[in-house]
Design a binder for this molecule. Sequence first.
Ligand code: NDP
Length: 242
Amino acid sequence: MRTLVTGGTRGIGAAVARRLAADGHDLVLGYARDDAAASRTASACRELDVSCTTVRGDLTTDAGIEALFAEAGELTGVVNNAGATLHLGPLAATPSDVVRATVDLNLTSALLVARAAVQALGRSYGGSGGVLVNISSGAATLGSPGEYVQYAAAKAGVDALTLGLAQEVAGDGVRVVGVAPGIIETSIHADAGEPGRVQRVGPLVPIGRAGLPDEVANAVAWLLCDEASYVTGTTLRVAGGR
Ligand code: NDP
């Protein structure tokens, strides 16, 4: 097993990487700029006796996506995870460049990574078949009014990507599935300008708390393995009932 995880060096992606390393996957981890986090996560994975390569590059560029997949070589799985909310506030008060950047990273890049994944995994392209997991968000079905409608809309697009692409490539030995996390304890919230978001929103979740990156990683690991062999074209919500 050899799996590529975009945004695999921090937060949910790093938890996925550590969990897959424990399951015996060799890893290729993409990231944008945080070299220290990349080095930490790669070391933790290598301690579990798997190979782990990190590739720095911006997935909002064609060159970034091409370099990542060129480095990856043969794969059995891809976790399409890199994303960011970027900004908090109502759409009417959100600048155009923020709206465009949010859709560019969370939807356009997800589509282009998914296309590259199918070309790496699909039997008609010389791959051995495999699984693509798209990381969506509970925001896709909540709409996230007052917070980030543009991000919610982009993630709803990711759910459509999962549904449609799964049907296109089912005959090519590729399953396409999604995971939609609810609020998870990572630095994505502080990066968007609300460091206290986990404390504010956690108690509103039916389970009574925010989720942990490892709880998302467990779902991703299951969807990647053969126990999920008849699961494709669907998105699993990992959101504490929210
Ligand atoms: P983090 O901010 O913790 O990590 C994001 C990762 O993506 C980092 O490795 C980062 O690299 C990488 N990344 C960001 N932008 C780019 C880019 N342009 N090119 C390449 N890599 C990039 O985020 P989370 O772990 O919280 O989120 C992971 C996924 O889960 C995202 O898709 C997010 O939308 C989704 N999600 C998160 C939720 C949450 O509450 N945390 C809830 C629902 C969905 P670097 O470290 O170099 O910056």
